[in-house]
Design a protein around this ligand. Sequence first.
Ligand code: FES
Ligand SMILES: [Fe+2]
Length: 454
Amino acid sequence: MSQKSIDFDALVDAHTGRVAASIYSDPELYELELERIFGRCWLFLAHVSQIPKAGDYFNTYMGEDPIIVVRQKDGSIKAFLNQCRHRSMRVSYADCGNTRSFTCPYHGWSYGTDGALVDVPLEARAYPQGLCKQKLGLQEVTRVAEYKGLIFGNWDASAPDLEAYMGDIAWYLDGVLDRRPGGTEIIGGVHKWVIDCNWKFPAEQFASDQYHALYSHASAVQVLGAKEGEGDKALGAGQTARPVWETAKDALQYGQAGHGSGFFFTEGPDANVWVDGEVSQYFRDTYPEVEARLGKVRALRLAGHNNMFPTMSWLNGTATLRVWHPRGPNQVEVWAFCIADKDASDEVKQAFERSATRAFGPAGFLEQDDSENWVEIQKVLRGKRARSTKLIVEMGLGNEKRRDDGIPGMTNYIFSETAARGMYRRWADLLACDSWDEVLERTRVYEQEVMKHD
Ligand code: FES
Ligand SMILES: [Fe+2]
């Protein structure tokens, strides 16, 4: 199947809200995704707090490609394919660390932290014809850029600059990254686990799906209760939980350029019922300062879901930031980081980590609800007949609007699928189009059509 022969508009019809079930399991589409999405989009690599000193490195992935992110002697950051130029061995094994060189465990070729091949064992005897070491450095990721502490990489020199690529999702992301003057840091290590589902299920859910929380998380919400100011107390017998979707006065979903976000407007900084008491108290204590920096809407935004296309998701308040590394069409490797304000005390940071682990760690009570759905869908899609159906993604179709209260971008009511439609539109456009200019033009036309009633 050549990419030119695929009818992407038939796979994704954002105007009627239909998506072909086959996009979650087709191995040929997956190969195209690796090339045309993971090979061309800005992907989250690491947080600057993970590699503060020269020689500090962090190992991650771009799609399925292993990547070393390393702090240079001059303080800049570079990223390299973690693949020995000799016979393809991984040259760096540890999750992270500090080093002066990366030495391949197979035959001992050694690379500097700038990627240059600096040493080849028995060079003169093994390569009497000469070896052009200058040309055999590690492959460098074409572009590396930072946004408020987050480091991103991109293989595509023609892609828009990082901030242009982010567009309005940066405004929503600032609600986590820019709350206090010190910015953020990653607390503790990275939780990594595997879920047997296509990467687009979790990415889409974090972009667009608050709807599932009413039902999938009903039991967890009931146990926790949502009485304002008592988030850390379980409900007593006979008490009824009042979840945030019942108590919030308004809510919105944002969806544009493939990215998505959703949250409720609350009256006070107590909306998130599953965080520790210390975290709730910290939100209350810092509220005036954060409001002065970010305004009321984002300062109060303590329960919200988000995805920056394609695979970086985060939840406000719960302080989980994660990447959905694809592992074939039927599996995803989750890397979950706990992100918190650098200016918080050590006790509060530990409380953030506990809260993130309890709710959204690999055994987190909310994480389990979510993964169960995705795994079962993926199993259903093994069926030939199941794979030939269309999924319904039409919630809130035609109700998109631009707000006049300073909240940017194309928005809808929170219980809608505006962000999902935009995500699949961007997915299809990237697979269909050879150039970023074409992709951006298609996005512009699509969003104009979506908004023409406004
Ligand atoms: S594969 Fe790395 S030195 Fe041979
Ligand atoms: Fe969920």
